[in-house]
Ligand binder design. Structure first.
Ligand code: ZN
Length: 219
């Protein structure tokens, strides 16, 4: 009988939710959840989020990354999720996305602040930056390991995307939304101080970012 089916089903359901809300659009994204002390459930690579089933979620050994159960190939970013969860024992779910607004900021190689009044106990002190390395490579996993700090739960991967960890999957997905709000605020600040920006473009950019910010704050 398949193990951890309920947890694997919730990873499958959340993948669909993230795809529906455009966080997993385009080139996708992936999830890693600690389902037991040394077992991590991850999304498979190159699978349609709308047909994904609990059995497609692969179980890995959190330390060795060897497959324990599952027919599919695990996500190429399994090393990122494993490092995130190993360093932060109080976090059980890690989500990686290429969400558009935050990924745009990731192109600028900026570090982001959480909005004023945010719960930093929950979110960590800030959104840190991991230097660029090609996605899915051991080089990226190593760069991430170097940048990882216990207690910092959200990172922009330069010129690539976002990764964050919550105590559970729902909390990690809430963080994904909040990262987009922080990224939108950062870009709005940049647009408002840019004197060379055409005023029509400026008002367009501002309204797009305001909308993105509101989506990020919505619960
Ligand atoms: Zn990626």
């Amino acid at each position: 009988m398949a193990s951890y089916l309920a947890q694997r089903q919730s990873v499958a359901d959340m993948s669909r939710y993230l795809a529906d809300h455009n966080y997993f659009s385009g080139t996708g994204g992936n999830i890693g959840v600690r389902v037991d002390t040394t077992v991590m459930a991850v999304t498979p690579s190159a699978t349609d989020y709308y047909t994904i089933r609990a059995e497609d979620i692969v179980l890995l050994d959190l330390d060795t990354l060897k497959v324990i159960e599952g027919e599919k190939t695990p996500t190429i970013e399994k090393g990122l999720h494993a490092r995130m969860l190993r360093v932060n024992r109080n976090r059980h779910a890690s989500v990686h996305t290429h969400q558009p607004i935050a990924s745009a900021v990731a192109l600028l190689h900026a570090t982001l602040k959480w909005p004023e009044g945010s719960d930093l106990q929950l979110l960590g002190p800030q959104i840190d930056l991991v230097p660029y390395r090609p996605s899915g490579t051991g080089m990226l996993a190593k760069a991430f390991e170097k940048a990882l700090k216990p207690g910092t739960y959200a990172y922009l991967l330069a010129s690539h995307g976002v990764i964050c960890a919550g105590r559970d999957l729902k909390e990690a997905v809430d963080m994904i939304r909040r990262i987009d709000a922080a990224a939108a605020a950062h870009l709005r600040d940049l647009a408002s101080t840019r004197t060379t920006l055409d005023r029509h473009l400026k008002s367009l950019v501002t309204s797009v970012l305001e909308h993105a910010g509101k989506m990020g704050e919505a619960r």
